[in-house]
Design a protein around this ligand. Sequence first.
Ligand code: DGY
Length: 291
Amino acid sequence: MAVKVRATRTLPGPAWAALGEVEIAPADEPGPGVGILIVTNEPVDLDLYPSLRLIANYSVGYDRIDVAGASARGIAVSNTPGVLDAATADLAIALMLAVRRGVVTGDRMIRAGEWGTHWAGPPFLGHDVSGTTLGIVGLGRIGSAVAKRAVGFDMRVVSVRAREGNLDEMLPACDVVSLHVPLGPQTRGLMTRERLALLKDGATLVNTARGEIVDEDALVAELVSGRISAGLDVFAYEPSVPSELFDLPNVVMTPHIGSGTVETREAMTRVVVDNVLAFQRGEPLLTPVLL
Ligand code: DGY
């Protein structure tokens, strides 16, 4: 008998059809007969799924999934690494440019009919991206893709890996700091109040990784003070965003769209589907999450 497949939503792209019958239901609805569960990094209460054998995650980050608990019950987990590096790196660069060059503020002012001054007057002065120093926190696949792009902007790229290198030494040397570590016990709260204070005046923090990597209250305080700027795609309590940020000209925000292109999301679906099909055939997963 075919293993029952449940997904928390239908995923985009032509690959999806290859799965055949898929029940669409929320992760927190009991699924006694579900053998394969497709999620988008939602938490899964394993007690609701006594027959579960595979959690196929439509996301490279699996911070909300209890991989150790799943493994203890013989449940495999897969994710979608690789296919979203370019799109996420593109967005990191877009946020750097948007914040430092006032792209969003300028757009808003034009639409509001507030472009009343000569172009050479205030408030239209931004800060350079080209030729500045970029600090990359987490030089994995996405961090490396950002580094590659930054070279094209003549940026001087410095980096620390998640667990190596001296972050405290790097931060004061950077004009832009971009976060690319996965969220886990070692990186939750990595950007503490003290570390944010190490950023130099006028520096820009870019976060396309996870909001919980940063002390969000401390970041809000720094941004409200106007000392630094930020490009934020992720937040600690999504979709809730601190309202203090709404009117700040030194912040550009996007709603967790690092992988949000048609092409990338369809490629992510392909990876999920290929993992599920491999699992159903009794073959090794293509992209297993290993403990
Ligand atoms: C990812 O793949 O981790 C993206 O952030 C979407 O969650």
